[in-house]
Design a protein around this ligand. Structure first.
Ligand SMILES: [Zn+2]
Length: 256
Protein backbone atom coordinates (compact mmCIF):
# COMPACT_ATOMS: atom_id res chain seq x y z
CA UNK A 1 0.00 0.00 0.00
CA UNK A 2 1.43 3.32 -1.00
CA UNK A 3 1.24 6.46 1.06
CA UNK A 4 0.07 9.31 -1.07
CA UNK A 5 -0.38 12.97 -0.68
CA UNK A 6 -3.92 13.91 0.03
CA UNK A 7 -5.74 16.24 -2.29
CA UNK A 8 -8.92 18.12 -1.54
CA UNK A 9 -10.54 17.34 -4.85
CA UNK A 10 -10.61 14.34 -7.13
CA UNK A 11 -12.12 13.76 -10.52
CA UNK A 12 -13.52 10.33 -11.28
CA UNK A 13 -14.20 10.00 -14.99
CA UNK A 14 -16.56 7.41 -16.40
CA UNK A 15 -20.17 6.75 -17.36
CA UNK A 16 -22.82 7.02 -14.68
CA UNK A 17 -23.61 3.64 -13.14
CA UNK A 18 -22.76 1.08 -10.49
CA UNK A 19 -19.11 0.90 -11.56
CA UNK A 20 -18.51 4.60 -11.04
CA UNK A 21 -20.53 4.59 -7.80
CA UNK A 22 -18.37 1.72 -6.57
CA UNK A 23 -15.18 3.56 -7.53
CA UNK A 24 -16.39 6.65 -5.66
CA UNK A 25 -17.14 4.58 -2.57
CA UNK A 26 -13.69 3.03 -2.70
CA UNK A 27 -12.02 6.39 -3.12
CA UNK A 28 -14.07 7.82 -0.22
CA UNK A 29 -13.02 4.84 1.91
CA UNK A 30 -9.37 5.38 0.94
CA UNK A 31 -9.61 9.03 1.95
CA UNK A 32 -11.03 8.15 5.36
CA UNK A 33 -8.69 5.20 5.90
CA UNK A 34 -5.20 6.40 6.77
CA UNK A 35 -4.48 7.94 3.35
CA UNK A 36 -3.81 4.62 1.68
CA UNK A 37 -4.83 3.32 -1.67
CA UNK A 38 -6.42 0.87 -1.92
CA UNK A 39 -8.39 1.23 1.32
CA UNK A 40 -7.73 -1.49 3.93
CA UNK A 41 -11.37 -2.55 3.71
CA UNK A 42 -11.56 -3.77 7.31
CA UNK A 43 -11.41 -0.72 9.58
CA UNK A 44 -14.65 0.88 10.74
CA UNK A 45 -14.31 3.86 8.41
CA UNK A 46 -13.69 1.60 5.40
CA UNK A 47 -16.55 -0.75 6.13
CA UNK A 48 -19.01 2.09 6.58
CA UNK A 49 -17.76 4.02 3.56
CA UNK A 50 -17.75 0.94 1.32
CA UNK A 51 -21.31 0.07 2.30
CA UNK A 52 -22.40 3.66 1.74
CA UNK A 53 -23.46 4.39 5.32
CA UNK A 54 -20.58 6.51 6.64
CA UNK A 55 -21.89 9.69 8.31
CA UNK A 56 -18.88 11.61 6.99
CA UNK A 57 -19.45 10.67 3.37
CA UNK A 58 -22.22 12.66 1.73
CA UNK A 59 -23.64 12.25 -1.75
CA UNK A 60 -24.65 15.37 -3.61
CA UNK A 61 -26.80 14.41 -6.56
CA UNK A 62 -29.70 15.73 -8.58
CA UNK A 63 -32.87 16.04 -6.54
CA UNK A 64 -35.80 13.82 -7.44
CA UNK A 65 -38.63 15.52 -9.27
CA UNK A 66 -41.98 14.01 -10.13
CA UNK A 67 -40.64 12.50 -13.34
CA UNK A 68 -37.26 11.29 -12.16
CA UNK A 69 -34.13 13.24 -11.33
CA UNK A 70 -34.13 16.99 -11.99
CA UNK A 71 -32.05 18.51 -14.75
CA UNK A 72 -29.23 19.98 -12.67
CA UNK A 73 -27.42 19.97 -9.38
CA UNK A 74 -28.30 23.46 -8.17
CA UNK A 75 -26.34 26.25 -6.54
CA UNK A 76 -28.53 25.81 -3.44
CA UNK A 77 -27.33 22.23 -3.09
CA UNK A 78 -23.68 23.23 -3.47
CA UNK A 79 -24.09 26.06 -0.95
CA UNK A 80 -25.68 23.65 1.53
CA UNK A 81 -22.77 21.27 0.95
CA UNK A 82 -20.09 23.92 1.51
CA UNK A 83 -21.89 25.15 4.64
CA UNK A 84 -21.83 21.58 5.95
CA UNK A 85 -18.20 21.14 4.94
CA UNK A 86 -16.95 23.73 7.44
CA UNK A 87 -18.42 21.75 10.33
CA UNK A 88 -16.20 19.17 12.04
CA UNK A 89 -16.48 15.54 10.90
CA UNK A 90 -18.77 13.22 12.89
CA UNK A 91 -16.41 10.32 13.45
CA UNK A 92 -13.67 10.20 10.83
CA UNK A 93 -10.67 12.49 10.46
CA UNK A 94 -12.21 14.13 7.42
CA UNK A 95 -15.41 14.56 5.48
CA UNK A 96 -15.94 13.44 1.91
CA UNK A 97 -18.49 14.87 -0.50
CA UNK A 98 -19.27 12.85 -3.60
CA UNK A 99 -20.77 15.05 -6.30
CA UNK A 100 -22.39 12.84 -8.89
CA UNK A 101 -23.06 13.56 -11.69
CA UNK A 102 -20.73 16.55 -11.29
CA UNK A 103 -21.13 17.38 -14.98
CA UNK A 104 -24.77 18.21 -14.22
CA UNK A 105 -23.89 21.10 -11.95
CA UNK A 106 -25.17 24.27 -13.58
CA UNK A 107 -22.92 27.28 -14.04
CA UNK A 108 -23.89 28.93 -10.75
CA UNK A 109 -23.37 25.68 -8.87
CA UNK A 110 -19.92 25.27 -10.41
CA UNK A 111 -18.96 28.81 -9.43
CA UNK A 112 -20.06 28.12 -5.86
CA UNK A 113 -18.03 24.90 -5.84
CA UNK A 114 -15.02 26.72 -7.25
CA UNK A 115 -15.00 29.01 -4.21
CA UNK A 116 -14.90 25.97 -1.94
CA UNK A 117 -12.12 24.39 -4.01
CA UNK A 118 -10.05 27.56 -3.86
CA UNK A 119 -10.20 27.67 -0.09
CA UNK A 120 -11.33 24.26 1.16
CA UNK A 121 -11.91 23.57 4.86
CA UNK A 122 -8.91 21.50 6.04
CA UNK A 123 -10.85 18.30 6.60
CA UNK A 124 -13.06 18.39 3.50
CA UNK A 125 -12.51 16.33 0.34
CA UNK A 126 -14.60 16.47 -2.80
CA UNK A 127 -14.99 13.69 -5.34
CA UNK A 128 -16.41 14.87 -8.66
CA UNK A 129 -17.87 12.03 -10.73
CA UNK A 130 -18.29 12.99 -14.36
CA UNK A 131 -18.91 11.40 -17.73
CA UNK A 132 -18.42 14.63 -19.68
CA UNK A 133 -15.66 16.63 -17.95
CA UNK A 134 -15.87 19.25 -20.69
CA UNK A 135 -19.14 20.35 -19.10
CA UNK A 136 -17.10 21.52 -16.12
CA UNK A 137 -15.32 24.87 -15.89
CA UNK A 138 -11.62 24.50 -16.65
CA UNK A 139 -10.93 26.26 -13.35
CA UNK A 140 -12.85 23.49 -11.55
CA UNK A 141 -11.13 20.74 -13.54
CA UNK A 142 -7.67 22.10 -12.93
CA UNK A 143 -8.19 21.92 -9.16
CA UNK A 144 -9.00 18.21 -9.24
CA UNK A 145 -6.58 15.32 -9.13
CA UNK A 146 -7.49 12.59 -11.58
CA UNK A 147 -8.37 9.49 -9.53
CA UNK A 148 -6.22 6.46 -10.25
CA UNK A 149 -7.07 4.18 -13.14
CA UNK A 150 -6.32 0.89 -11.44
CA UNK A 151 -8.78 1.47 -8.64
CA UNK A 152 -11.35 2.42 -11.25
CA UNK A 153 -10.76 -0.70 -13.26
CA UNK A 154 -11.07 -2.90 -10.17
CA UNK A 155 -14.20 -1.09 -9.17
CA UNK A 156 -15.61 -1.47 -12.66
CA UNK A 157 -15.23 -5.22 -12.44
CA UNK A 158 -16.75 -5.14 -8.97
CA UNK A 159 -19.63 -3.14 -10.36
CA UNK A 160 -20.27 -5.74 -13.03
CA UNK A 161 -20.21 -8.56 -10.49
CA UNK A 162 -22.68 -6.63 -8.39
CA UNK A 163 -24.87 -6.22 -11.44
CA UNK A 164 -24.60 -9.91 -12.29
CA UNK A 165 -25.58 -10.82 -8.76
CA UNK A 166 -28.50 -8.39 -8.85
CA UNK A 167 -29.56 -9.92 -12.15
CA UNK A 168 -29.58 -13.44 -10.72
CA UNK A 169 -31.36 -12.31 -7.57
CA UNK A 170 -34.03 -10.61 -9.64
CA UNK A 171 -34.41 -13.84 -11.59
CA UNK A 172 -34.78 -15.77 -8.33
CA UNK A 173 -37.52 -13.55 -7.01
CA UNK A 174 -39.49 -12.82 -10.13
CA UNK A 175 -40.10 -13.36 -13.74
CA UNK A 176 -37.27 -13.50 -16.24
CA UNK A 177 -38.88 -10.62 -18.14
CA UNK A 178 -38.39 -8.44 -15.06
CA UNK A 179 -34.72 -9.25 -15.30
CA UNK A 180 -34.50 -8.14 -18.90
CA UNK A 181 -36.39 -4.97 -18.01
CA UNK A 182 -33.97 -4.32 -15.17
CA UNK A 183 -31.19 -4.73 -17.69
CA UNK A 184 -32.76 -2.18 -19.99
CA UNK A 185 -32.42 0.42 -17.29
CA UNK A 186 -28.72 -0.37 -17.35
CA UNK A 187 -28.53 0.11 -21.07
CA UNK A 188 -25.90 2.78 -20.54
CA UNK A 189 -23.39 -0.07 -20.26
CA UNK A 190 -20.73 0.02 -22.92
CA UNK A 191 -20.26 -2.83 -25.33
CA UNK A 192 -17.22 -4.00 -23.36
CA UNK A 193 -19.15 -3.87 -20.10
CA UNK A 194 -22.04 -5.77 -21.63
CA UNK A 195 -19.73 -8.54 -22.82
CA UNK A 196 -18.13 -8.75 -19.39
CA UNK A 197 -21.58 -8.71 -17.82
CA UNK A 198 -22.83 -11.55 -20.02
CA UNK A 199 -19.72 -13.55 -19.08
CA UNK A 200 -20.25 -12.88 -15.39
CA UNK A 201 -23.85 -14.03 -15.50
CA UNK A 202 -22.91 -17.10 -17.52
CA UNK A 203 -20.27 -18.13 -15.05
CA UNK A 204 -22.58 -17.44 -12.10
CA UNK A 205 -25.23 -19.63 -13.73
CA UNK A 206 -22.62 -22.28 -14.33
CA UNK A 207 -21.55 -22.14 -10.67
CA UNK A 208 -25.10 -22.54 -9.48
CA UNK A 209 -25.88 -25.38 -11.89
CA UNK A 210 -22.79 -27.17 -10.66
CA UNK A 211 -23.86 -26.52 -7.08
CA UNK A 212 -20.73 -24.56 -6.30
CA UNK A 213 -22.24 -21.24 -5.32
CA UNK A 214 -24.99 -22.40 -3.01
CA UNK A 215 -28.69 -22.14 -3.59
CA UNK A 216 -29.90 -18.81 -4.91
CA UNK A 217 -33.46 -20.01 -5.03
CA UNK A 218 -33.42 -20.44 -8.79
CA UNK A 219 -34.93 -23.54 -10.25
CA UNK A 220 -33.21 -25.26 -13.11
CA UNK A 221 -35.85 -24.32 -15.67
CA UNK A 222 -35.36 -20.66 -14.87
CA UNK A 223 -31.61 -21.00 -14.99
CA UNK A 224 -31.83 -22.58 -18.43
CA UNK A 225 -34.01 -19.71 -19.57
CA UNK A 226 -31.45 -17.25 -18.23
CA UNK A 227 -28.70 -19.21 -19.85
CA UNK A 228 -30.50 -19.00 -23.18
CA UNK A 229 -30.91 -15.25 -22.72
CA UNK A 230 -27.20 -14.88 -22.14
CA UNK A 231 -26.45 -17.00 -25.22
CA UNK A 232 -28.62 -14.64 -27.20
CA UNK A 233 -26.83 -11.65 -25.72
CA UNK A 234 -23.50 -13.10 -26.78
CA UNK A 235 -24.91 -13.81 -30.23
CA UNK A 236 -26.23 -10.26 -30.64
CA UNK A 237 -22.88 -8.89 -29.55
CA UNK A 238 -21.17 -10.99 -32.21
CA UNK A 239 -23.46 -9.43 -34.77
CA UNK A 240 -22.47 -5.98 -33.62
CA UNK A 241 -25.80 -5.07 -32.08
CA UNK A 242 -25.61 -2.25 -29.53
CA UNK A 243 -26.20 -3.08 -25.83
CA UNK A 244 -29.26 -0.84 -25.67
CA UNK A 245 -30.93 -2.72 -28.51
CA UNK A 246 -29.94 -6.07 -27.06
CA UNK A 247 -31.66 -5.43 -23.76
CA UNK A 248 -34.67 -4.08 -25.62
CA UNK A 249 -34.90 -7.26 -27.71
CA UNK A 250 -34.45 -9.47 -24.66
CA UNK A 251 -37.21 -7.63 -22.84
CA UNK A 252 -39.53 -7.86 -25.83
CA UNK A 253 -38.85 -11.58 -26.16
CA UNK A 254 -39.34 -12.43 -22.53
CA UNK A 255 -42.49 -10.33 -22.31
CA UNK A 256 -44.06 -12.34 -25.07
ZN1 LIG B 1 -9.55 1.17 6.37
Amino acid sequence: MAERRLSHAYMLLGPEGPARDGAARRLAAALLCGQTEPPCGVCRDCRKALSGIHPDVALVTREQGEKGPKQDITVGQIRAMTADAVLAPNEAARKVYVISPADRMNQQAQNALLKALEDPPGHACFILCAAAPDALLSTVRSRCVRAEMEAERDARQEGISELARAYLEAAASGDVCQVALACMSRAGLSREDTEAFADEVKSAICDILCGRAGDMGLDRARLRKLDALMDKTADYLRHNVQPKQIFGMLAAETLR
